[in-house]
Every structure is written in C-alpha cells, then in structure tokens.
Design a protein around this ligand. Sequence first.
Ligand SMILES: [Zn+2]
Length: 187
Amino acid sequence: MMKKNLEKILSFSFLFCIILFSKTFAENGHKVHEHGTSNITIAIENNDLQIQLEAPLIDIAGFEGEPKTKLQKQKLKEASNKLKNWEDIFKLATGSCSKDRVTILGEHKKKQIHNHKNHHKKNEKNIHSDIKILYEFNCAKPNNFKFLEIKLFETFPNIRKINAQWTTASGQGQKALNKKQNKLIIR
Ligand SMILES: [Zn+2]
C-alpha cells in the first residue's frame, strides 16, 4: 500500500518536473515560440556590440511559414526593411555606438513544435516560423554603454513581450521587457 502511494507520488513529481522544465524551455525561447514574445541576446566584447533578435514571423509579417502569395512576399519584404532600419528597433544613447551591419539570418525558418492554446483550427497546418536578425555595432566607448531602449514594441505592436539576455566582460543578466518597461540596464 505504502509502496504504491510512493510510486504514485514519484511519478507525479516526475511529470511535474517535465512540465516545469518544458515551461522554462519555452520561456527561454528555444524550440517553442509563443506569439507576441520575442527574444533578444546582447553581447559586448571589446568594441563590438552584437544584438540578436528572434521573433515569431507572425508578429513581424502577419503570417508564418514560407511566403506563398504575392501579398505575403510583399509583407515579408516590408517587414525586413523595417527590421533593417535599426533606429526604429533600438535606441542606443550610451557608448558612442555606430552600426556595422544588419544581417537577416533566417526569414522563415520552419518550426514544428508549438505551445499555444486555442490557436489553430483542426485542419490547419501546424507551421510556425521565426525571423532572426543580427545587429552589429562598433562602440567607441564600450565602457560607457549602460542601457538600451527597445523601440520594437512601437514598430511591431504585435510584439508584447521580449525576453532579453545580455553578456558583458563584467557579467550577465536577463530581463523580461514590455511596452512600458522597455529599457534594459546593462550595468
Ligand atoms: Zn507560431
């Protein structure tokens, strides 16, 4: 009797751990994406500042998967142009940084795993995709680089949350940002 109960408890907590683990996994933005949530990774090394943005394509261009119609192709092009215009994405007020280049790493990388509820109709294909952009800057005074303002929420209103992570020579951190809290203090 005791043994059976113990087994029950053990299997329950194991299941619970899996649920917790997959939730964390989702929150970190790998494998699973959630509409409305993007990820930003910031790294500063010497004079180089790299910012990588990964967003669900639907939040950026209004569709997911490969662009099929003329309108979708047009939307993707417009969205890419908006993303390349980095001053509408970030505001860098400290560190005397200037743009090196903006690279779109993946426009519609396919993603099969997904975790939103009440999302797709039964006969709809379960296609999800992300867009990835790498922004590279050269900062004349990297030690003065203290914060970054995210303007992405205004440029793409479908983005409601950003999970930001950063790494500098002196440390690292992470923060969830939104339209009201759009400033990331690095140090
Ligand atoms: Zn999706």
